[in-house]
Design a protein around this ligand. Structure first.
Ligand SMILES: O=C(O)[C@H](CS(=O)(=O)O)OP(=O)(O)O
Length: 242
């Protein structure tokens, strides 16, 4: 089993995804938000690249809530933003969401050529890797990054996922060079994860905007067991059942 970690979404090539299991990692904050929303009762999430696409989908899915951010700020006239903490305290059971974020939702749609596509992070690493290993396919861990730049928080989470895979795999595996690098980085910082995450470019920006609490929340290891799965044919994200 080959395990490839890709540094940023713009380096992903369709031919590298065919027949593979893809795990999309955008810790601050799209992955963390999607995991938390589904764990707290949201029925499904439709990702959209643009605000215009959100409004078009809303014309069809009239009961869905509009959610998302541009540069971390909630989009005006939307119901929800892109802070995972927003999804822990509202009556969301069986509600649906149309979501557009600055980086994460575009990455999800770009990963559409994968055979199986999961949304992973610190919050759900164990369940995500468990599902990926059961499929017995090559794995691509896609670090989304931030405005076309590598995001350290995504690399650390990719390293955490590799560590989890190493501890649970009964199959032989081969990690690519970048995967070995982020694994080593994770092992160095694993006991002081929130501290290092707070120093990242994304975290500094979020803190300045008043979203500092999202950083600690998103760094909680295996806080949820839900593993969101993206179905490109329906352009829909739901909890993985298999
Ligand atoms: O969730 C976020 O704050 C970021 C916005 S930015 O890229 O840091 O400006 O969006 P995401 O799509 O979750 O990376």
């Amino acid at each position: 089993m080959l395990v490839d970690v890709i540094p940023i979404v713009d380096e992903v090539k369709n031919e590298n995804l065919y027949k593979k299991t893809v795990i999309i990692v955008d810790i601050l904050r799209t992955s963390s938000t999607i995991i938390t929303a589904l764990a707290n009762g949201i029925e499904w999430i439709i990702p959209a690249e643009t605000i215009g696409q959100v409004k078009t989908i809303k014309n069809i899915e009239t009961s869905a809530l509009l959610a998302g951010d541009r540069f971390s700020k909630k989009i005006q006239e939307f119901d929800l933003g892109n802070s995972p903490l927003e999804y822990t305290s509202l009556p969301l059971k069986n509600k649906k969401i149309i979501l557009t974020t600055t980086n994460g939702t575009r990455a999800i749609q770009k990963a559409g050529k994968g055979e199986y596509i999961f949304i992973g992070g610190f919050l759900n690493g164990a369940s995500c890797i468990q599902k990926a290993l059961k499929l017995k396919r090559d794995i691509v861990i896609l670090c989304v990054g931030n405005r076309n730049e590598f995001a350290l928080e995504d690399g650390l989470a990719a390293g955490f996922l590799i560590d989890t895979l190493m501890k649970n795999s009964d199959q032989a595996y081969e990690i690519n060079d970048f995967g070995k690098a982020v694994y080593g980085m994770y092992k160095y910082y694993e006991d002081k994860l929130t501290d290092i995450l707070k120093t990242t470019e994304t975290a500094k920006r979020l803190t300045q905007l008043g979203f500092g609490d999202d950083i600690h929340f998103s760094s909680q290891i295996n806080y949820y067991s839900v593993c969101p799965k993206y179905d490109p044919s329906k352009n829909m994200i739901k909890p993985s059942s298999d």
